[in-house]
Ligand binder design. Structure first.
Ligand code: ZN
Length: 351
C-alpha cells in the first residue's frame, strides 16, 4: 500500500539524488558479471595466466555485444581467471563495496558453479569464497546478502543434477536456485525434474524467462518450475493474460534496464516497457544483471532508466524500491524495517 507521501511535491530535478540515496535491494546480479577488466587482469597475473587480450583497454573494447550469446562468450572468458577461494571472495567483495555506495541494503547474488567446475575448480572453493564475502558485507558494510545457485540452461538437466548434488554439502550457504545462460532453445521444461527436487529440498526457485525467449517460457517457468520470481520477464507485455496473472499474483519480475538496452532487447531506453509493467500493477524492480559488462551498477541503472523514461517520477522510484523489498527472500520483519526507512527518505524529500 502506498503511504501518505506527497510524491507530487518532489520536483524532477531532485529525483537523481533521491534515486541514489533511497535504500534498495538487488535481486538480479550475476556475481561473475561484476568482474571488471582491471580485476580480471589482476587475478590473471596473480594466478599466472595469460589472457587473450593484451591490455585492460583491449578487453574493455571487446565488450561490444550484439546479442545474449556474443555477451556470454566473453563472460565465460572473463570468469576463467577465477581459481582460488580468495579470487571468488575478491570478486564479490568488489561488488559489495559498489553496492553499499549505491545504498543497496540487501543483495541476492546469482553464481554459476558450472562455469567453474567445468574448468576443474571445486564447487566448495566457489561457495566458500562467495559466502565469506557475504558475511563480511554484513559485518563491515551493513549490506545483507545471500547466494542463489544458477544452473546453466545450455547444459543438460543431468549436469544440473550433478551440480546440485555437489553443492548439497554447502546447503546452508545458499538460499535458492535459478536458471540462466542462453534462453532461446532451452525452455524451462528441460529442467522440470531438477527444480522439483530443489523445491522438495526447501530451496527458493527462480528462473530467467521472457528476456529473449517468448511469453510461453514465462508461463512454463510458473507452471512447470513453479518459480517464485521471474528474472527479466519483460516480454510478458506481449501477452495480456500473462500480465493479468503476474499482477494478480504479485509475481516479481527482476528487470534489468541497462542490460536490456546493451543486449538489444530494446533499441533505446525510451523503448523500455518498465513503465507499462508498473502501471499494470506488476511487482517489477530495477537490477544490474552483469554490471561490469552492461554499463553500470544499481544507481547507474536507476539514473539511466529515469533519464530515458521521463514518464517515471518520484512515485515510481518509491514503488521500484518497495517492490525490491517485497520480492526479496527475507523475513517479513526485516522487509518492514527497510520499507519504513524507504518511506522516511521519501517523506523527508516531500516535506
Ligand atoms: Zn541475468
Amino acid at each position: 500500500m502506498t503511504p501518505a507521501i506527497a510524491f507530487d511535491r518532489i520536483p524532477r530535478d531532485r529525483l537523481p539524488a533521491l534515486l541514489q540515496r533511497m535504500p534498495k535491494a538487488e535481486l538480479h546480479i550475476h556475481i561473475e558479471g561484476s568482474l571488471e577488466p582491471e580485476l580480471i587482469f589482476a587475478l590473471a597475473q596473480r594466478n599466472g595466466l595469460t589472457l587473450a587480450y593484451p591490455s585492460v583497454e583491449a578487453l574493455r573494447a571487446a565488450y561490444a555485444f550484439t546479442d545474449l550469446q556474443s555477451f556470454l562468450d566473453i563472460y565465460y572468458a572473463g570468469a576463467s581467471v577465477l581459481l582460488h577461494e580468495q579470487d571468488f571472495f575478491d570478486m564479490a567483495w568488489a561488488y559489495f563495496q559498489k553496492a553499499a555506495a549505491d545504498h543497496v541494503v540487501h543483495a541476492e547474488l546469482f553464481f554459476d558453479p558450472q562455469t567453474h567446475t567445468e574448468r576443474g575448480v571445486d564447487i566448495g572453493v566457489v561457495i566458500r569464497g562467495l559466502h565469506r564475502a557475504c558475511q563480511q558485507a554484513q559485518a563491515e558494510l551493513g549490506v545483507s546478502a545471500s547466494l542463489i545457485l544458477c544452473f546453466l540452461r545450455h547444459l543438460s538437466e543431468e549436469a544440473a543434477f550433478d551440480t546440485l548434488e555437489a553443492a548439497l554439502p554447502y546447503r546452508e550457504l545458499f538460499i535458492g536456485v535459478g536458471l540462466d545462460s542462453s534462453e532461446v532453445g532451452h525452455p524451462p521444461e528441460k529442467f522440470a525434474r531438477v527444480f522439483a527436487k530443489c523445491r522438495a529440498l526447501g530451496l527458493h526457485v527462480v528462473a530467467h524467462a521472457g528476456e529473449e525467449g517468448p511469453p510461453a517460457y514465462i508461463h512454463a517457468a510458473l507452471d512447470v518450475l513453479q518459480v517464485e520470481r521471474i528474472d527479466h520477464g519483460v516480454r510478458s507485455v506481449e501477452d495480456p493474460a500473462l500480465m493479468q496473472r503476474l499482477a494478480a499474483n504479485r509475481v516479481p519480475l527482476t528487470v534489468c534496464p541497462l542490460s536490456n538496452v546493451k543486449l538489444c532487447v530494446y533499441r533505446t531506453m525510451a523503448d523500455h516497457q518498465l513503465p507499462a509493467l508498473l502501471s499494470a500493477g506488476l511487482c517489477a524492480m530495477v537490477n544490474s544483471d552483469d554490471p561490469a559488462y552492461f554499463g553500470g551498477y544499481m544507481n547507474d541503472n536507476f539514473l539511466a532508466t529515469f533519464d530515458g523514461l521521463p514518464q517515471l517520477g518520484a512515485r515510481e522510484a518509491w514503488q521500484l524500491a518497495a517492490n525490491s523489498f517485497e520480492a526479496s527472500f527475507v523475513p517479513a520483519a526485516q522487509k518492514a524495517v527497510w520499507q519504513a526507512e524507504l518511506d522516511r527518505v521519501f517523506a523527508d524529500a516531500a516535506a
